[in-house]
Design a protein around this ligand. Sequence first.
Ligand code: 4AZ
Length: 249
Amino acid sequence: MRLGVLVLVLMVLGGGAAAADPRVVGGSRVSITDYPWVVYLADSNGNQFCGGTLVAPTKVLTAAHCTTGLAPRISRVVVGREDKRNGKQGTAVPVAEVWTHPDFVSADRGSDVAVVTLKREAGATPLALADDEKLYEEGTKAFALGWGRTSEQAAASQYLMGVEVPVVSDESCAESYPSYKAEAMVCAGLPEGGRDTCQGDSGGPLVADGKLIGVTSWGEGCARKNKPGVYARVLAYREVIDAQLQATG
Ligand code: 4AZ
């Protein structure tokens, strides 16, 4: 009984029942050593504003909404830095070129992919792109990573966070979101919510079986019940992405 009261008090102090650990949303800190291909995009002040994935020695896959519109201009891609405040960790690599999918209009309409070419090799191991539809089957264990908000109202995370989220079926995701397009997107999350990517995680990786299956794109709020995270479906854009990886620069 007394323990129950203590737990209740701690929960109230901790910000209520929904507040799990202050982490992505519902995830935990992870080591960049285990995920060397996770990078972030920094503006001219060095502030992180989106995520990305190193997919070739000088190429980073991110979201088109991170490279266009109201998004800050990319100044550097930061590689190997788990703690955003530790400038001694990893390297901030200058950008040579940005390609944004030509069909991109807004995240909820699809084509939310962009390829950033670095001025020099980042020196980290790239991640392979999705190569199989099987990776998109309902229930596939996927892992999302980023430095974004740890809840809808929270600040972005100082540290790299990761969260495991199962792939949601196209039918179920279409029920959650009328604008869902199975040929352009994939959803991941729990029906009850609690685990998700959030603002600032955009552009970052959704990984399954060691392959990049999604690019963090959009969703209604973060970690809400029946509102899974929506990711750009990497396999659907393989041809245009591969063409960019082959491009010199
Ligand atoms: C965003 O605004 C954002 N819950 C990223 C991911 C999700 C929602 C919004 C998914 O960058």
